[in-house]
Design a binder for this molecule. Structure first.
Ligand code: PAP
Length: 348
């Protein structure tokens, strides 16, 4: 399925390299990748056979590492870009829908909204997973209208300066209690694990997670990177928690609109536009739509995922059904120690 584009007209802002320059750059990145990969430490993978550690973070060698290098070497942000950043399984799908609906609310009616027939991941694609797409007509960043909505799992410190230094592009970061992240991630990645690899037990996933070995882990370093950056540049990075979004979705969506430069007017508020957006993007609504039950999502040439896997329970505290008391104590202790002095806390 092609990435959904709200309008087809191309921006005047040009970041298109000449064909020649493009292929030279691509070749350089490929060389960097081939030279770097053999020297990286390996850890056990949850979905793929193994992960590699690159600049302190654990990445899948074929997809995440390669894609990261593409972003570092090639990506040209626009001042109007809106990035949704997250550690996997923290609420990305939900926030994609909420941001898309908020930014485009004057464009679409709620009765025939694109989110009713297009999955959140198609409305709001991953930057790092799609860059390798050979079929440029399917995902041509240069032709995306502004503001481009792009999602990333890349840790803040691995982003190129062009993205972090840019005065005006915005980041929204969503985080979630690591206990729920661990359970959600373990269940999700086991579903995607090739049949010829034995499933990962919860005990093993727990151990790996505690050691920081999971896609884009360590979890705490990922969260702290964005947390600290959000304290330094609050006008550039909005730091949200899944749990707050669950508790007070209307408050958070209004904050989101304000931050992104699309504040809700009093008239919109009195007409119930914020409530409509929250309802449209709710787990109860999105998870029952045909598109999110039957369609699949192509993230890269090797990664195709059924949309339904992005909607499991959508609850706070589902870890209680999976983790033992010892696991909870250990994970809470690690979290406490890692976040000590940062000002960031997760409810238990
Ligand atoms: P990703 O990083 O692979 O894109 P992401 O969307 O961040 O995944 O996380 C999926 C989690 O968000 C799932 O949590 P669970 O396993 O604990 O249930 C999923 O159910 C939840 N989720 C998806 N959509 C929504 C929504 N609209 N509201 C609340 N939670 C949601």
């Amino acid at each position: 399925m092609a990435a959904f584009q709200p309008s087809l007209e191309c921006d005047n802002i040009s970041n298109i390299h000449s064909e020649q320059t493009d292929s030279d750059l691509i070749q350089k990145t490929d060389e960097r990748y081939r030279e770097t990969l053999p020297n990286l430490p390996k850890g056990k993978g949850w979905m793929t056979e193994h992960l590699v550690q690159y600049q302190g973070f654990w990445l899948t060698p074929n997809a995440a590492l390669k894609n990261l290098m593409w972003v570092q070497d090639h990506f040209k942000p626009r001042p109007t870009d809106i990035f949704l950043a997250s550690f996997p399984k923290s609420g990305t799908t939900w926030l994609k829908a909420l941001i898309f609906a908020t930014v485009n609310r004057t464009r679409y009616g709620f009765a025939d909204h694109p989110l009713l027939t297009t999955g959140p991941h198609d409305c709001f694609p991953f930057l790092d997973a799609h860059l390798q797409e050979k079929d440029r007509s399917r995902f041509d960043l240069d032709r995306f209208p502004s503001p481009r909505l792009l999602s990333i799992h890349i840790p803040y410190i691995l982003l190129p300066n062009s993205m972090t230094d840019h005065q005006s592009c915005r980041f929204v970061y969503i985080c979630r209690d690591p206990k729920d992240v661990l359970v959600s991630k373990w269940l999700f990645l086991n579903k995607l694990r090739p049949k010829d690899l034995p499933p990962i037990s919860l005990e093993e996933a727990f151990e790996l997670f505690c050691q920081g070995i999971s896609h884009y882990g360590p979890f705490w370093d990922h969260v702290l990177g964005y947390w600290e950056a959000s304290l330094e540049t609050p006008e550039k990075i909005l730091f949200l928690k899944y749990e707050d979004l669950k508790k007070e979705p209307l408050v958070v969506v209004k904050r989101l609109g304000e931050f992104l430069g699309y504040p809700f007017s009093l008239e919109e508020e009195s007409k119930g536009v914020v409530e409509e957006i929250v309802k449209l993007c709710s787990f109860e609504n999105l998870s029952t739509l045909e598109v999110n039950k039957v369609s699949e999502q192509k993230f890269s040439k090797d990664t195709i995922i059924d949309n339904r896997h992005f909607f499991r329970k959508g609850k706070v505290g589902d870890w209680k059904s999976y983790l033992t008391t010892e696991m909870v104590e250990r994970l809470d202790e690690i979290t406490y120690e890692k976040l000590l002095g940062s000002g960031l806390v997760f409810g238990s």
